[in-house]
Design a protein around this ligand. Structure first.
Ligand SMILES: [Zn+2]
Ligand SMILES: [Zn+2]
Length: 396
């Protein structure tokens, strides 16, 4: 009986350690913020300056945190100055509550996040870190990345992919004091889940599930993009190396969707100057000169015109702010006309293709297996339990 009780106690500890898994996300990373207000939304938050308890945020209450040039943070509870500290912590007294964040310098749109926060001073502004349950974070990511009104199976596919990405890249911003940033550099996370209860269902239904490759057993690099334009890109678009499960293939699920095609006109002079000045395009050669504006891309290519010219399409995309590298072009008067397909880098899961697969009745496992060859689904909770790994990978 005693042994039975101990077994139950160990199971409870192990399961709790998995369920309570937290992630640290740097928020408002696109800005240098020097003043921000944290206002009550629901629940109750304790305010700590270093290790001292300074007060509590309850209804109609707020805390203002200001950066100063001594690289400290000054804390005001409402209008009352509470002191300057190395670190401010806003700790929820119960799970699932929210604060509203409103940057005052610069003035930015208010966002609402679930979980707790730390604020520290960096050289040019404050670092705001949101600390919350991994699944709560994923719900915010799926809504920021996929929007509302989509099919449950698409949301599940996005949740599994975003979980895999978060687990794989958890040390990306370690030196800055958090795991992931809130920009597309990691995954867009511009607020907690607000509008779509179906997303919560999708995250909970796939709780703990992530992707590995069946041969290498390595966690997948779960890349995704808005629309591949009918053909995905190989992994070397991002890493300059070949990855077996990210081979380019034809994707017919996205070709009738809203971001399947695009068009743009660019002055010939700007096009020519970019190629000549940056890549020594042989403009003096009459054959090259006559073909400088004419390029056809039936299958995805890596270089403009010919590989030996060494002009990566990726550079052209970046310079002219194109939706994708998957375009053909021709001259028309003083302009170059670009006819393009898709939106994004094209590596991994095509979101509009995945949405259309879900609408056609495919489940999330079939969707992810379509975009990642040889993929295997692993349940992290079961894996941790059976392997008896009790260390918390987020703890740093
Ligand atoms: Zn990042
Ligand atoms: Zn596609």
């Amino acid at each position: 009986m005693k042994l039975f009780r101990w077994t139950i106690a160990i199971i409870v500890v192990l399961v709790n350690s998995v369920i309570a898994q937290e992630i640290k996300v740097g928020v408002y990373r696109a800005y240098n913020i020097s003043k921000i207000d944290f206002s009550h939304h629901d629940g109750c938050y304790q305010i700590y300056g270093d290790s001292s308890l300074l007060g509590t945020i309850t209804s109609n209450d707020y805390v203002s945190v200001h950066w100063n040039s001594d690289q400290k943070v000054e804390v005001y509870h409402g209008t009352i100055f509470k002191g300057e500290y190395n670190r401010v912590r806003l700790s929820p007294t119960q799970n699932g509550t929210h604060l509203r964040l409103h940057p005052k310098w610069p003035v930015l749109k208010e966002r609402r996040y679930q979980g707790g926060f730390t604020v520290t001073a960096a050289s040019k502004g404050i670092t705001i870190v949101n600390i919350l349950d991994l699944d709560q974070y994923l719900a915010g990511v799926v809504e920021s990345e996929g929007g509302g009104g989509k099919h449950l199976e698409y949301y599940k596919a996005q949740a599994v992919l975003s979980r895999t990405y978060a687990l794989k890249h958890q040390s990306r911003h370690r030196s800055e004091g958090f795991s992931l940033c809130d920009e597309v550099h990691c995954q867009a996370y511009h607020h907690g889940l607000r509008y779509t209860p179906l997303i919560r269902t999708a995250v909970e239904a796939t709780h703990g599930v992530y992707l590995i490759h069946q041969d290498t057993e390595e966690m997948l690099s779960g890349f995704f993009h808005a629309n591949c334009g009918g053909q995905t890109s190989s992994a070397d678009y991002i890493w300059r190396e070949n990855i077996p499960y990210l081979q380019p293939f034809k994707d017919t699920f996205c070709i009738y969707t809203k971001q399947a095609t695009w068009e743009k006109e660019i002055p010939k002079k700007a096009w020519r100057d970019f190629l000549v000045n940056n890549y020594f395009f042989p403009i003096e050669d009459s054959v090259y000169r006559s073909n400088i504006y004419t390029f056809e891309q039936l299958d995805r290519k890596v270089f403009y015109l010919s590989p030996h010219l060494g002009i990566p399409l990726r550079d052209i995309r970046q310079h002219f702010k194109l939706k994708s590298t998957y375009f053909s072009c021709y001259p028309d008067g003083e302009m170059v006309v670009l006819k393009g397909r898709g939106f994004g880098h094209g590596v991994g899961m095509c979101q509009e293709g995945a949405m259309s697969m879900a609408n056609k009745g495919f489940d999330y496992k079939m969707i992810l297996s379509h975009y990642f060859e040889g993929v295997q689904f692993v349940n992290r909770e079961q894996e941790l339990f059976f392997n008896q790994k009790t260390t918390d990978i987020w703890d740093f």
